[in-house]
Design a protein around this ligand. Structure first.
Ligand SMILES: [Zn+2]
Length: 173
């Protein structure tokens, strides 16, 4: 049986005990941008926050793309999130290749080089990645200045978060 078929079977039992109260409109308090990596899935546990309080935006890396910025704007301006957390991690799969390498590898392994090169947002250093994300999010005019934007690296060996500060250099607004 495929994993999805197993999941569908489990869902029928889940629905029997489902609390319809959970279907109310969400009222998130914080937006968290993190990696698709399964080790980042227990955000309630990692952050000690109720699942209902967290808007989770996940990409590989994570990468703060234009889409992610749009989701942060919606989370803070429309849904009510009051803080933004950028959550990187050690041991990320996206540090194990460069975009050029992976594009070349895929063209070779599939024998098809027709797709335009994909943007995977690979990177080398999670701390540097976090600093760049902080700058990018903070610079967006639709992210309100009174919404705190803070960046962290989750250590997959220890479970601890390390705060990363944007470079000290300030450009006057
Ligand atoms: Zn990752």
């Amino acid at each position: 049986m495929s994993i999805i078929d197993k999941a569908l079977e489990a869902n029928r039992s889940y629905a029997k005990k489902y609390d319809p109260g959970l279907g109310k409109p969400p009222a998130p308090k914080i937006a968290v941008v993190t990696c698709m990596d399964p080790r980042l899935s227990d955000l309630s546990g990692i952050l000690g926050l109720p699942q209902a309080d967290i808007d989770v935006i996940r990409t590989g890396g994570p990468a703060v793309t234009e889409d992610v910025l749009g989701e942060l704007v919606v989370s803070t301006r429309v849904l009510g999130s009051r803080e933004i957390m950028l959550l990187n991690h050690t041991g990320c799969g996206f540090t194990t290749f460069t975009d050029d390498e992976l594009n070349a590898r895929l063209a070779a392994s599939t024998g098809d080089s027709s797709p335009a090169p994909m943007r995977f947002f690979s990177y080398k250093d999670p701390e540097q990645n976090t600093r760049e994300q902080l700058k990018k999010v903070r610079a967006h005019p639709w992210i309100a200045k009174d919404v705190p934007v803070r960046g962290f690296v989750f250590d997959v060996e220890t479970g601890l978060l390390k705060e990363i500060h944007a470079a000290a250099k300030h450009t006057a607004a």
